[in-house]
Design a protein around this ligand. Structure first.
Ligand code: SAM
Ligand code: SF4
Length: 372
């Protein structure tokens, strides 16, 4: 058992050191380990109507409103990101559906020509009207969260009054609005929901979703994470295969964080996985995400922008760079300055997170304040 991690915060309020000339000339977001950033998670709020046990304490303190980015500031950042070759932007939080200007943000991001614009939500505030509006404004896909298929557990884990039926409703709405293929995230924790793994596979088939099962990461606000609470992806696969055969599928995206599997129910005498008309693959897959036990840092193409305008080169960074200060200078060269700042920040991206090593320290920010 690894003892509780020490919480450390590094450099939080300054500018990154200058990247070398060739990185600046590349006009792309490249880091010192040969990776290119194409995928940015933008947190539009640190607020949330849930208090998931692996994320946020009930008495979690939000950032003051004046510290949060304005809509224009988000759009300015996104415009520069697109000009630097970013092709994927995921809107997240906190709970992004609480962001008051969400429709405008989606519309203005889409107008910048972001090829892959998606959003992650706990689903509690998703309605058909809203989903259809988001689709018409340019959102491409929705990812939802559902950590258990049992109501009492869903409520206990999220410390909210949500229910399995509510999330199933949100899945259907997303599919109906054309915001698919729908992904559903679950954080799998030892002794909490690991006994439901084969049921998650059945659920994926039944609802035609990609169920993404994530190892518990040390990003919870109460710092109760410990290695013995992590249920590894290897164990998840083994547990699911007690009922179904999983067949590995290559992903179209080499920087994908998940190991994807087709679910072979025929082995167990169950009907084969249905294929939707026109679908290129059977609907319903399992994605295993193993940041703790099988880190994918070498293929990472991601950067994160927090709701208070900090650039985080890695989920587990201790250094974060204050982009908001650049935006608020009101300089006539602000877009060029933002581009240079993002290039310099990316160059500082660490090689790997090192969870599990003696040197690892949990960052001060929680997942909700970073943008998952
Ligand atoms: N509120 C939205 C939601 O829950 O879907 C979006 C933000 S949430 C921070 C994004 C994702 O991060 C969720 O799917 C959640 O399960 C995941 N997450 C949060 N804390 C985590 C942790 N400690 N380990 C692994 N995943 C975590
Ligand atoms: Fe809120 Fe999402 Fe964190 Fe749960 S995981 S507390 S829904 S931000």
């Amino acid at each position: 058992v690894i003892s509780l991690p020490v919480v450390q915060q590094g450099n939080t309020s300054s500018a990154p050191p200058a990247a070398p000339d060739h990185a600046v000339r590349a006009d792309r977001l490249i880091d010192s380990h040969g990776r290119t950033i194409r995928d940015v998670r933008v947190s539009v709020t640190d607020r949330c109507n849930f208090r998931c046990v692996y994320c946020m304490d009930p008495d979690f303190r939000y950032m003051p409103k004046q510290e949060l980015l304005s809509l224009d500031e988000y759009v300015a950042i996104a415009r520069v990101l697109v000009s630097l070759g970013v092709t994927k932007i995921r809107i997240t939080g906190g709970e992004p559906t609480l962001y008051p200007q969400l429709d405008d943000l989606i519309a203005r991001f889409a107008a910048l020509g972001v090829p892959d614009l998606s959003m992650t939500t706990n689903g509690s505030l998703v309605t058909l009207d809203k989903a259809m509006k988001w689709k018409s404004l340019g959102l491409k896909r929705l990812t939802l969260s559902l950590d258990s298929l049992r109501d009492e557990r869903v409520k206990a884990i999220s410390r909210s009054d949500t229910s399995v039926a509510k999330v199933i409703g949100a899945i259907r709405i997303a599919q109906q609005a054309g915001l698919g293929p729908v992904k559903v995230n679950a954080v799998v924790m030892r002794g909490v929901n690991d006994d439901e793994l084969p049921d998650f596979a059945d659920f994926a088939v039944e609802h035609g979703i990609d169920y993404r099962l994530i190892e518990f990461m040390p990003l919870d606000s109460h710092h109760a994470w410990s290695m013995d609470r992590v249920f590894s992806a290897r164990e998840m696969r083994h547990r699911i295969e007690s009922r179904h055969r999983l067949v590995r599928e290559e992903d179209d995206d080499p920087s994908s964080t998940s190991m994807n599997f087709r679910i072979e129910r025929t082995q167990m005498g169950l009907p084969p996985v249905p294929r939707l008309p026109g679908a290129s693959r059977p609907t319903g897959r399992i994605g295993l995400i193993a940041p703790v036990t099988q880190p994918f840092c070498g293929a990472c193409s991601r950067l994160r922008i927090t709701a208070d305008g900090k650039v985080r080169p890695c989920l587990f960074s201790h250094d974060e760079w204050d982009l908001r200060a650049v935006l608020r200078t009101k300089s006539p060269t602000v877009e060029r300055d933002v581009a240079r700042f993002l290039i310099d920040s990316t160059w500082t991206k660490q090689k790997g997170h090192g969870i599990g090593s003696k040197e690892f320290h949990q960052p001060a920010r929680t997942m909700s304040a970073i943008g998952g």
